[in-house]
Design a binder for this molecule. Structure first.
Ligand SMILES: Nc1ncnc2c1ncn2[C@@H]1O[C@H](COP(=O)(O)OP(=O)(O)OP(=O)(O)O)[C@@H](O)[C@H]1O
Ligand SMILES: [Mg+2]
Length: 260
């Protein structure tokens, strides 16, 4: 089986070397948890390996994606039209060939196929960031639309990341449709602990892969991108109660025993 590197060597180790070629992977999580940056790693790695890459951006402009990539020392501009096409579904500029004027599944698929034809033969990576934009106003359609994307794009031999958000208010509705049809689910999470933002990632599903099942704490480092800090279980400070609290529990149980 051919596996594609995620561009994060430590992460590749958790999934037997990489994403199986042709997979449709749901990259899901709350805002600001690292979905876009994780996707940029995948594209940067693709460019490094000579793959054709297509990035559909619905919530950020093309310029914003290029700027963000630059912060991690990936120069996307030099690959544009040669190995990379960024389809901008935010700015909706009519005179821009790679802009989506309407964010519908059909428009998106047509544009992606046109981009693939432009880039030519060869292995291809596709990021749709995010698919949620396709069913914002109709969450009940999430599964159907995701299935449509997977079925149509599968013929074009892409390995796909589809990011999706978890809207707190609408709960699971956004993520689930994508997750059911996906070959893999990579979930990002966040938590405030001791007054600090912590981010985590877990591989919830990766078909045909004996994947790691731990929650990993991650960080996003300037100039570097996503780094794995460690498994949650092995980091005692993440779950151990403060020593003072432990002492109180001990004292209370001793007192209880004495009374008995
Ligand atoms: N140059 C940088 N150095 C360090 N951290 C950065 C840098 N650029 C962005 N970040 C961090 O990455 C976060 C954004 O991550 P990302 O865009 O991947 O999130 P996301 O999951 O795609 O969010 P959304 O659902 O809102 O699109 C920022 O909030 C910031 O904490
Ligand atoms: Mg994002």
């Amino acid at each position: 089986m051919i596996r594609l590197s995620t561009g994060i060597p430590d992460f590749d180790k958790l999934i037997e070397g990489g994403i199986p070629q042709g997979f449709f992977v749901a990259v899901t999580g709350e805002p600001g948890t690292g979905k876009t940056i994780f996707s940029l790693h995948f594209i940067a790695e693709g460019l490094k390996e000579g793959d054709n890459c297509i990035y559909v951006t619905t919530e950020e402009s093309r310029d914003s994606i290029i700027r963000q990539a630059k912060q991690f020392n990936w120069d996307f501009e030099e690959y544009i039209e040669k190995k990379l096409i960024i389809i901008d579904a935010l700015m909706k500029e009519k005179d821009d060939e790679w802009s989506l004027t309407e964010v519908t599944p059909e428009e998106l698929v047509n544009k992606v196929i046109a981009a693939k034809q432009r880039l030519g033969q060869g292995r291809a990576r596709l990021v749709i960031d995010s698919v949620s934009a396709l069913f914002l106003d109709k969450p009940a359609m999430a599964r159907k639309i995701s299935y449509y994307l997977k079925r149509v794009l599968n013929k074009w031999k892409f390995t796909i990341y589809a990011t999706s958000q978890y809207a707190i208010t609408t709960s699971q509705a956004f993520g689930f449709g994508v997750e059911h049809v996906a070959d893999g689910i990579i979930r990002f999470r966040r938590r405030i602990k001791d007054g600090m933002l912590h981010r985590y990632v877990i591989i919830e599903k990766m078909r045909q892969t004996n994947h790691d099942k731990h929650v990993w704490e991650i960080d996003i480092k300037p100039g570097k991108g996503i780094v794995l800090l460690g498994k949650l279980e092995e980091r005692r400070e993440d779950y151990a109660l403060p020593p003072k609290v432990m002492q109180k529990i001990k004292e209370a149980s001793e007192k209880e025993e004495n009374e008995l």
